[in-house]
Ligand binder design. Structure first.
Ligand code: AMP
Length: 426
């Protein structure tokens, strides 16, 4: 093989694409029911946008971005996440200064130069939502309620969200100093990269997987002890309202999230169904980001769900689609087969396929049997797989022969009533 997909990227093919499309359609339905409109921003942005928002010293900006110069020497980056692009877009298009609240959702590919492993890719997809203009805890409640509605629509049950608060820029700074003071005497075993973090942005050490760092962080100061009174009150109200809304959450004092723009509430959902116990989604409030990127002061909160990981962990839906294989026996029967298929499609929840090569009933049935064997992977209900045979006998008699693959039973049905015959069956 001469050409291969780039390391860390992959092709999505049927039936896997069906699961992605299904999750995206569910996101659209649920998010629109909360008044969120879809936004699509470019995959390419200026590099500076991410340096300013995600943060120069985060892993993402420091070592995971696909950055290159275009032909005019401008530094561009394939987006590693979508919030920065959405914020740029709402400022640039003037809607950050428009009526509030502003509700947006998105879906699309993101790019990070990470070490590929199960559930971690260099091109991956995120589904996310952003709510602008609501400084109070009602924003957290809406965003998390909607998130759970989406996850439940996909079949997840009993998920809990881990929540914490990182406070304001000031309280984060005070916390960072305390963390440095606590960790410096314990940092002899740290690698070079983690030493850099300790100096430049100690909160980022919580992202480290190194056991030496994890051990040193045991018993370290907690963000909640450094919150300003306003942030603390906000956090308490969020927790109370989440309880009132019966959203399952647990306090996670060491949760800080890997991006610099968060203020106050941060949250994450981790699934044990993924081998490495990876997060399927994360989010939080980012009340300063719009202003720091040149817009008006504007409170905001959002989440990003890793679509690839979500589908790895999501329960499989029971297959329910129908498949009708219309088999013309010879090329003379193809026209009629196409006409019949067009009629059947209107009433069938699934697909109607014509054997355009008219390879005859025997080979047509062989393909039918092969599809029958793969039914559940293809989302097909075995009881709803049929072959519809059209040959000289049928043509003369003004009939078709319908064969149910699960039982092998077959029946002659008048041509005029075939569509009706499938009602309630496919
Ligand atoms: P983040 O933007 O880092 O908060 O990530 C949000 C979610 O995106 C994570 O919880 C993951 O589910 C997903 N994600 C992040 N990086 C990757 C990756 N390299 N491959 C697959 N999913 C990812």
């Amino acid at each position: 093989m001469k050409y291969r997909a780039v390391k860390g990227t992959r092709d999505l093919l049927p039936p896997e694409t069906d699961r992605f499309a299904d999750a995206e359609a569910t996101a659209r339905r649920v998010f629109e029911s909360y008044g969120y409109g879809e936004v699509r921003t470019p995959c390419l942005e200026t590099t500076e946008l991410f340096a300013r928002s995600v943060g120069e010293t985060t892993d993402i900006v420091h070592k995971e971005m696909y950055t290159f110069s275009d032909r005019k020497g401008r530094s561009l980056t394939l987006r590693p996440e979508n919030t920065a692009g959405v914020v740029r877009a709402v400022i640039e298009n003037g809607i950050a200064a428009g009526p509030m609240p502003l509700r947006l959702w998105y879906e699309g590919p993101q790019f990070r130069y990470e070490r590929p492993q199960a559930g971690r890719y260099r091109e991956f997809r995120q589904i996310g939502a952003e709510l602008f203009g609501v400084p109070g805890p009602a924003a957290e409640v809406e965003i998390l309620t909607m998130l759970f509605a989406f996850l439940e629509a996909l079949g997840f049950r009993a998920l809990t969200v881990a929540v914490n608060s990182v406070g304001t820029a000031q309280s984060r700074e005070a916390f960072g100093k305390a963390l440095q003071a606590y960790l410096r005497p314990r940092s002899s075993g740290f690698g070079e990269d983690d030493r850099r973090k300790l100096d430049e942005n100690p909160l980022r050490l919580f992202d480290s997987k190194d056991p030496a760092v994890r051990a040193a962080l045991e018993g370290s100061p907690r963000t909640l002890d450094f919150l300003d009174p306003e942030s603390l009150r906000h956090h308490e109200t969020v927790r109370r309202l989440l309880g009132d809304a019966r959203l399952l959450f647990r306090d996670e004092p060491s949760l800080v999230r890997g991006l610099d723009y968060y203020t106050r509430t941060v949250f994450e959902v981790v699934s044990t169904e993924l081998g490495a116990q990876d997060a399927i989604l994360g989010g939080g409030r980012y009340d300063n980001l719009v202003e720091s990127l040149g817009g008006p002061p504007l409170a905001a909160i959002g989440f990003a769900i890793g679509e690839d990981r979500l589908l790895q962990a999501a329960p499989r839906r029971s297959p329910d689609r129908a498949l009708l294989l219309v088999l013309p026996q010879s090329p003379e029967d193809v026209d009629e087969a196409l006409r019949l298929a067009a009629e059947l499609r209107a009433g069938v929840r699934g697909s109607v396929e014509v054997d355009l090569l008219a390879r005859g009933f025997r080979r047509g049935m062989a393909r039918g049997n092969a599809l029958f064997e793969e039914a559940s992977a293809r989302g097909l209900d075995r009881e709803k797989i049929f072959a519809v045979l059209l040959g000289p006998r049928e043509r003369e008699g003004g009939t078709v022969t319908v064969k149910r693959l699960s039982s092998g039973d077959q029946e002659t049905v008048p041509r005029a009533s075939v569509a009706g015959w499938f009602e309630g069956r496919a």
